[in-house]
Design a binder for this molecule. Structure first.
Ligand code: IPE
Ligand code: IPE
Ligand code: MG
Length: 254
């Protein structure tokens, strides 16, 4: 067994997080450190996407959500934005066989109508082709912002109230969860952020209420299967209390 397979089998011996979200950060700095254009960092980062997705699938994670492009990233220099969109298209076209072959269902969250047609088309095609796959849900957060998502959710709920279909006092946490773009996904158990930054940057604000956080100093292009499995092992050392005491949890046998 190679080193990564050994790590993965150790992860599988304990509770595997159902939903892992990754803030894939540090592509630009990775490239700049090597005297390369930032886009080369993004390109190398798509290799990490492939390897981490494979590892998550082997380990048995049921949902993997990757923060690929934020609502705020539209404000980057136009050539970087265009380069990222090209790479995204390339990924969606090239990864098709890999995704279908591994039984992965591809999903996307974000303001998808803002994406250029040359991205939206292959995205929709792959979402449709993979819709009945049951292996793992791979969700790309594209043109995504947690605040933007909550505004859209609240607007949808307000419309129902205004139309007399919903009473304000009947609005529950579930109403809001159902109105988010991630309504079909379980809450996030683990957020991984690479490259040393320790912030959420508008990622899944509602869904991470009780997530654990693992911050890695490694830049995303260098973050591969081994680093992913190590992050999961780290997650497994945490005691998730959800507001209870440690003694209560031990009594409940969790
Ligand atoms: C993450 O890498 C990818 C995107 C945000 C699209 P960055 O491009 O943010 O890399 P740094 O943080 O500038 O190094
Ligand atoms: C967050 O990274 C967005 C993605 C990883 C897609 P950023 O690099 O945009 O975040 P900030 O600007 O450092 O907070
Ligand atoms: Mg960054």
């Amino acid at each position: 067994m190679d080193a990564i397979a050994e790590l993965e089998s150790r992860v599988k011996q304990r509770a595997v997080p159902r939903h892992v979200g990754i803030i894939m950060d540090g592509n630009g700095r990775w490239a700049e450190l090597r005297g390369l254009p930032r886009l080369e960092g993004h390109r190398e980062g798509s290799q990490s996407v492939r390897e981490v997705t494979r590892s998550a699938r082997r380990i048995g994670v049921s949902a993997l959500t990757l923060y690929a492009f934020s609502s705020q990233n539209w404000s980057r220099p136009p050539d970087e934005v265009a380069g990222l969109m090209e790479l995204l298209r390339e990924y969606l076209v090239k990864e098709r066989d890999e995704i279908m072959g591994n039984g992965i269902r591809l999903a996307a969250v974000g303001e998808l109508d803002k994406l250029p047609r040359y991205v939206k088309e292959p995205l929709d095609a792959l979402r449709e082709a993979s819709a009945s796959n049951t292996g793992m849900v791979l969700t790309l957060a594209l043109s995504y912002g947690g605040r933007e998502e909550l505004v859209v959710a609240v607007q949808a709920i307000a419309k129902k109230v205004a139309a007399g279909q919903l009473r304000p006092e009947d609005i529950t946490e579930d109403t809001l969860s159902q109105a988010t773009w991630t309504s079909a996904l379980p809450p996030v158990d683990l957020v991984i952020r690479t490259s040393g930054e320790q912030r959420l940057s508008n990622f899944l604000l509602w869904q991470t209420a009780y997530a654990e956080f693992v911050f890695s100093p490694i830049a995303w292009p260098d973050f591969r299967g081994r680093e992913f499995a190590e992050a999961l092992l780290h997650f497994q050392t945490r005691e998730r209390r959800f507001g209870l005491t440690g003694a209560q949890l031990r009594r409940a046998g969790t």
